[in-house]
Design a protein around this ligand. Structure first.
Ligand code: GTP
Ligand code: MG
Ligand code: ZN
Length: 308
């Protein structure tokens, strides 16, 4: 039995890096699959696994066990899909690569991602990408984001994947860590990866001019290691981020700016929607909780079917 880290997941086979420094191509066993029938990927990039080497072929084996995970990022593709997908596990932080244009990333998408980071204990970084395309609107955009997320426990950075000099703060924030890159297709995840770990040469793709959407160039989640042992997990672009595995009544706790004020609500089971003497509603009125964040909260709360 060998212990290894999963570095690539194709769904049917996995690439793993063993603790003694070699590569193994591994498959899962039927039994392991059964344990997590409602996830599209029972084994995720970042997982620590035990592998039984194949006696007949070198560098191949069978994954027999997934060791307990420290944390993970999980979503549902959309409201009606029944499968949950684990993007990556055992992370030091998750970077949401968000471009404001080509494609645009909405507050709703960002807030569902941040909710997941809070719920599953993954420090979040919001990286506002493609700043070179914003021209004279740049300062206004950055101000808007900084204000909206001022008490949301998220580090906000900005830069452009096509300008290496603009990436110093991101580089510093991820140095020596294992990081997930997630975001819409075309947001620039693989371009950033190539800029930060230059020998990677990950494929990047055009954004369609008419729809301002990417073309799903990256098809598998894969982890790359750079100098100083910085590990970046590049993932396929996602259209939506459906919230899963978070009980509805816990949602306000994962909006950090709600957490401090909600102890002053009159009712301990306050949903912060209509109740009298609700401290959250009061905070929205006085703008210490922004309207944008409050609307995100409501929209997540009202989509009950996506929690299950
Ligand atoms: N102007 C500008 N273009 C960028 C920037 N970052 C990436 N691009 C371009 O945006 C397009 C999409 O970039 P990718 O890196 O392939 O995007 P991705 O997020 O990896 O997309 P998927 O793999 O489909 O999820 C490419 O044409 C890049 O050259 C940026 O900061 N500024
Ligand atoms: Mg990509
Ligand atoms: Zn309340």
């Amino acid at each position: 039995m060998i212990q290894a880290t999963i570095t690539k997941s194709t769904g049917s086979w996995y690439l793993a890096y063993t603790n003694d420094g070699s590569w193994i191509q591994a498959r899962t066993r039927g039994k392991l699959r059964l344990k997590e029938t409602d996830t599209s990927n029972p084994v995720a990039v970042g997982d620590q696994v035990m592998i039984e080497p194949d006696p007949n072929y070198e560098h191949t084996g069978t994954i027999s066990e997934i060791l307990p995970r420290n944390n993970w990022i999980i979503r549902k593709a959309n409201k009606s899909s029944s499968k949950r997908q684990i993007l990556a596990t055992n992370l030091d932080a998750a970077v949401l690569v968000a471009s404001m244009v080509a494609p645009r990333t909405s507050f709703g998408f960002i807030d569902r991602f941040l909710l997941c980071c809070q719920a599953f204990h993954v420090p979040a970084i919001l990286f506002l990408n493609k700043t070179d395309l914003l021209g004279s609107y740049l300062d206004q955009f950055i101000l808007e984001f900084t204000q909206n997320y001022k008490n949301a426990e998220v580090l906000i950075l900005n830069g452009s994947g096509v300008d290496i000099h603009s990436l110093d703060s991101l580089k510093k924030a991820i140095q020596g860590k294992r990081i997930l890159f997630a975001g819409h297709s075309g947001a620039g995840k693989s371009t950033l990866l190539n800029a930060l770990i230059p020998n990677t040469k990950a494929k990047t793709g055009e954004v369609s001019a008419s729809h301002e959407k990417g073309k799903h160039t990256t098809t598998f989640a894969e982890m790359f290691t750079g100098v100083g042992n910085t590990q970046i997990i590049d993932t396929p672009g996602i259209r939506d981020f459906g919230v899963v595995d978070i009980p509805q009544e816990e949602i306000p706790h994962y909006f950090p700016e709600f957490r401090n004020v909600m102890k002053n609500c009159r009712f301990s089971n306050c949903t912060h929607t209509h109740e009298p003497d609700c401290a959250v509603l009061e905070a929205v009125k006085h703008e210490s909780i922004t309207q944008n964040r409050y609307y995100s909260y409501l929209s997540i709360l009202n989509n009950e079917d996506i929690y299950k």
